[in-house]
Write a protein that binds this ligand. Structure first.
Ligand code: ADP
Length: 448
């Protein structure tokens, strides 16, 4: 096992990894940018090393500085967290060629699933249904128009390198498609430095259901059941839960099997997620793989009673999984809400500032994963996630009651947050009935 690892990330996920490592008797080296200097969670690591100025491109995304920090810190492995360099197969390769283990999948598998078009091709090879769409990138306008008419409008133009809900646009006719293709390619080039776009049929009112997988280097690969992440705003997840409500047993089984098939075909190990859309008739379609730990991993941890970060570390050190598929439980119901520093009265723009008051909920069934505290300054440089509130109860009904109670207890001042919207979602009868789809939030509150 490793004696010392570096965490190439910040905030709540950095703290999550520090905690797991501490419990495993592994020392940690944290890295930080000038903007995070002095953050409290850094003092919980065994060492903290500054890697540059506030902009991520000058610090958390700088491969050479992170590798230097790993050398100075004398670590055997790097945990990338999520975001930043976590899905950069080049970074994974650089780590390994510098004799530092990358706590994540093999870089060859990451490269295969990393871009959406090649992931689609892989899914087809694994006989996993994909959303009807183009065979590869669309490069020619007339061919795109012909294809869109064949699959039928509305059609979604998607960036192959897209992420975080960005790089997608819905078009409903030929004229909009032609205009959209150019604009989408330009936007994708600017945002992801990759102008490649492709077409997918736009599924009306789908649910977002994803499957957690976990594999070792000996070729064992399991699914750890599904999560429903249909409560979204602008394609960004707000609420995640496991099990997915009202998902027929055979669909759950088929979707989990499909995820395992796909990841085995990719030669995948470590933790990963296969995302699917489920239409109103319970047909499911693969959309993408996230080759890393996800923000919403705690809901899976609670229903399976497994620590995914510890599992990732063990697998990276070469240990084989000590659980069998049949023995992976799905106990009770877990729900997570993402608490972001965003202003509900200003189109959910980031709301940086000092947290002047913070009282977080607790009590039975409640978990709070966060690096913030009273006096913490939420800066303007990074993601606006300030914490994840997760509940676990015997049934979904009980989880909803606990989450409502926990959200009611939450008291934060100095910054604006998504808590009022989360309270509204949890109070809504359609949510309680599990009548969920990815358009629910915007349809119900028109984005307000
Ligand atoms: P990202 O990598 O940006 O997260 P995804 O491909 O995972 O992009 O899609 C994010 C969300 O966008 C999905 O959860 C869903 O809400 C919506 N979406 C993606 N593809 C489609 C589609 N073909 N039809 C309808 N909605 C879609």
């Amino acid at each position: 096992m490793f004696q010392r690892i570096l965490i190439a990330n910040r905030g709540e996920i950095a703290l999550r990894v520090i905690r797991a490592a501490r419990e495993m008797g592994i020392e940690t080296v944290a890295v930080f940018s000038e903007a995070d200097r002095g953050a409290h969670y850094l003092s919980l690591a065994d060492e903290a090393i500054c890697i540059g100025p506030a902009p991520a491109s000058e610090s958390y995304l700088k491969i050479d500085r992170i590798i230097s920090a790993a050398e100075i810190g004398n670590v055997q492995a790097i945990h990338p967290g999520y975001g930043f360099l976590s899905e950069n197969s080049h970074f994974a390769e650089v780590c390994r060629s510098s004799n530092i283990e990358f706590i994540g999948p093999p870089h060859e598998a990451m490269a295969k699933v990393g871009d959406k078009v090649s992931a689609r091709e892989l899914a087809m090879k694994a006989k996993v249904p994909v959303v009807p769409g183009s065979d590869g990138l669309v490069t020619e306008e007339n061919a795109a128009v012909a294809l869109a008419n064949k699959i039928g409008y509305p059609v979604l133009i998607k960036a192959t390198a897209g992420g975080g809900g960005k790089g997608m646009r819905v078009v409903r006719n030929d004229i909009a498609l032609k205009a959209g293709l150019k604009a989408a390619a330009q936007e994708a080039d600017k945002a992801f430095k990759n102008a490649g776009v492709y077409l997918e049929k736009y599924i009306e009112r789908p649910r977002h259901v994803e499957v957690q997988v976990l594999g070792d280097q000996q070729g064992n690969l399991l699914h750890l059941w599904e999560r429903d992440c249909s409560m979204q705003r602008r394609h960004q997840k707000l609420v995640e839960e496991s099990p997915a409500p009202n998902l027929p047993t055979n669909v759950r089984r088929n979707i989990c099997d499909a995820a395992v098939r796909l990841c085995k075909t990719a030669g995948y190990y470590s933790a990963g997620t296969c995302e699917f859309l489920v239409d109103q008739d319970n047909n499911f379609y693969f959309i993408e793989v996230n080759a890393r730990i996800q923000v919403e991993h705690p809901v899976t941890e609670l229903v399976t009673n497994l620590d995914l970060i510890k599992q990732q570390i063990r697998v990276a050190a070469g240990e084989s999984l000590d659980i069998r598929q049949k023995a992976v439980p799905q106990i009770g119901s877990a729900i997570e809400v993402r608490i972001n520093a965003e202003d509900p009265d200003n189109d959910y723009r980031p709301s940086p500032g000092r947290i002047t008051k913070l009282r977080v909920p607790g009590g039975p069934g409640v978990r709070w994963d966060s690096h913030v505290h009273e006096g913490y300054i939420v800066g303007p440089n990074y993601d606006s996630l300030i914490g994840k509130l997760i509940v676990h109860r015997d049934s979904r009904n009980e989880s909803i009651k606990t989450m409502r109670r926990a959200l009611a207890e939450f008291d934060v001042e100095g910054i604006r947050t998504t808590i009022p919207l989360l309270r509204k979602i949890l109070a809504h009868p359609d949510f309680a009935d599990g009548r969920v789809d990815t358009t629910f939030v915007e349809r119900t509150w028109s984005g307000k």
